[in-house]
Ligand binder design. Structure first.
Ligand code: NAP
Length: 513
């Protein structure tokens, strides 16, 4: 069950939001009374409440906004219980002072905005012994992925079937911030009775809280069960990733009981995360910045030749033997999209054989694309603004190097932009000037946001064939989907999801600006 948290400055707005949620099918709402600017008027908020309510008046030290005295807060909590609210949130130090009354259920809560305390079991025992809880809630802040897994282990012990059958209350655990974010999505797997969500993107009241529509419709919280196969993306940061949208929507489209979750993993946490991910039910992962190189050390199963060739791995899948297999789907996706634009025929030799190509940039994408073009038999020139990096990459990959100033002097059949120039929000920038582009050249741009970059616009005007980064992005996701599920994804469906997600990203950015 998802509990949507609403906190508004005015009673009118809070009532409106509550009604809107109920109309949208939400059945459980937390009213954060500490957000109200005036003294809470329960006669306005409760008698005609359209859903079950958890009433909360959170103190500042616990991450809340309560401005009045503690005495006034305790009075309000008692008044809420007398008014028969379905659930009341009572902090661990306050619960012993407020006795059970009527049918109101007691969510006894502990918040720590600094850390994840060592003795979580001891804390739970204390709550059981002193606080008369119906539900125990523990919201803590992780300092490392180890803290998040410690909370998960604790939840598994606390919610062990024998304890619940013996009548002990269920425990809800939240590891706050983006690092512990997956505990909000996968909590049901650790026995949590419900999870919290925000009203909307703009109304997020706690670190790591997600809008309820995202949690319900994209991550399908209510459908995740013990059988659900978990996939995800590891990155740092991870919020910008379009992969959750593309994979989750494809799982729904094809009726698969799978979920795809973003995992923010700091570089120093990579080893531990990879070791412990299978305990979460994780079967495979997309891997992106900054882990594509380091993750190779963790592979102990099959290693795709494209990983060895590029020195980068963007997909890992655990085999039935528990070994970790690694792949590079970027490499093949970029090549296939360029070859398609060059008129590749099934079974015929690659049109890249003997062609000349220039790759702009010397980063991860540039090296994968350069290596792929080279492997297909093209003559490849790398042009990079950092001469040392460019020369180094060219030498390693068996390519030629040209200085950034000279990039316009070459006549090539394929031009591949693998720099980030032209990427949103710098959409008016291009790595090439218009007069450097020649009719007939296939111009590929790895940048996928926006889909039609300034470079591609100019290239079309000059009579070039163009390939957008969306083709590569969709191509690599289709290959990943096959590795994850064994099933063929629909490229056109994924393309439409990416386009929708990109336009949503731009709208949100415009609203924020
Ligand atoms: P990266 O490793 O950080 O490399 C970025 C490259 O761009 C570096 O060579 C950098 O040069 C160069 N660069 C940045 N600004 C520049 C400028 N103003 N002028 C000239 N060169 C500049 O990043 P990456 O992972 O390779 O990604 C590069 C682009 O490809 C990004 O836009 C990314 O979103 C896109 N990409 C797309 C897909 C897809 O599926 N479509 C997949 C992977 C990547 P310095 O080293 O001198 O900074």
């Amino acid at each position: 069950m998802i509990c949507v948290t609403i906190g508004c400055g005015s009673h009118k707005r809070m009532i409106e939001e509550h009604q809107k949620l109920a109309a949208d099918g939400v059945r459980f709402v937390e009213l954060r009374l500490d957000y109200l600017r005036k003294k809470p008027e329960l006669h306005r908020l409760l008698p005609e409440r359209p859903t079950a309510v958890l009433a909360t008046a959170r103190r500042k030290e616990d991450g809340g906004q309560w401005r009045e005295s503690e005495e006034a807060r305790l009075g309000l909590l008692r008044e809420l219980i007398v008014s028969g609210v379905e659930y009341i949130d009572l902090e661990v130090d306050v619960a012993p002072k407020i006795p059970r009354f009527g049918k109101t259920k007691r969510v006894v809560s502990y918040h720590n905005m600094e850390e994840t305390p060592e003795d979580l079991d001891g804390l739970r025992q204390k709550m059981l012994a002193e606080c008369d809880p119906d539900i125990i809630k523990i919201a803590v802040t992780p300092k490392s992925i180890g803290d998040v897994f410690r909370l998960v282990d604790f939840l598994r012990r606390a919610n062990a079937p024998e304890r619940i059958q013996a009548g002990e209350p269920k425990t809800l655990g939240i590891s706050m911030t983006e690092f512990g974010w997956f505990t909000r999505v996968l909590g049901k797997r650790f026995g949590c009775p419900y999870t919290y969500a925000g009203f909307s993107e703009k109304r997020i009241l706690a670190p790591g809280l997600l809008p309820y529509k995202t949690l319900r419709d994209l991550y399908r919280y209510d459908d995740i069960d013990a059988e659900t196969k978990i996939f995800g993306v590891i990155a740092d940061p991870v919020q910008h990733s379009l992969s959750p949208a593309i994979h989750n929507r494809s799982f729904v489209e094809m009726g698969l009981n799978c979920a795809y979750v973003p995992f923010r993993v700091a570089p120093e946490d990579l080893d531990e995360f990879i070791e412990r991910a299978p305990e979460l039910g994780v079967c495979g992962l997309s891997v992106t910045i900054p882990h594509k190189v380091e993750v190779i050390k963790k592979l102990n199963g099959f290693v795709d030749p494209a990983v060895s060739a590029t020195g980068a791995c963007n997909t890992v899948v655990w085999g039935p033997d528990g070994r970790l297999n690694g792949y590079n789907t970027d490499y093949l996706a970029a090549l296939l999209s360029i070859e398609t634009a060059m008129g590749r025929k099934v079974g015929a030799p690659s049109p890249l054989q003997g062609a000349s190509a220039m790759v702009l940039g010397a980063g991860g994408a540039a090296q994968a694309v350069a290596r792929g073009l080279k492997d297909r038999g093209a003559r490849v020139i790398i042009a990079a603004r950092s001469e040392e990096k460019g020369r180094d990459a060219a030498k390693r990959l068996g390519c030629e190097f040209c200085s950034w100033q000279d990039r316009g002097a070459y006549v090539v059949q394929v031009l591949a932009n693998c720099t980030s120039v032209g990427m949103f929000p710098n959409v008016d920038e291009s790595p090439m000037e218009q007069q450097m582009l020649r009719a007939g050249t296939v111009v590929f741009d790895a940048v996928y946001n926006p889909e039609t970059t300034y470079l591609l616009r100019m290239a079309r005007q000059r009579g070039c064939k163009t390939v957008s980064g969306v083709e590569m992005f969709v191509g690599q996701a289709c290959l990943q989907y096959k590795l994850f599920t064994g099933q063929k994804a629909s490229g056109s469906f994924m393309r439409s999801v990416v386009r929708g997600a990109l336009s949503a990203v731009r709208t949100t950015a415009e609203e924020i600006n």
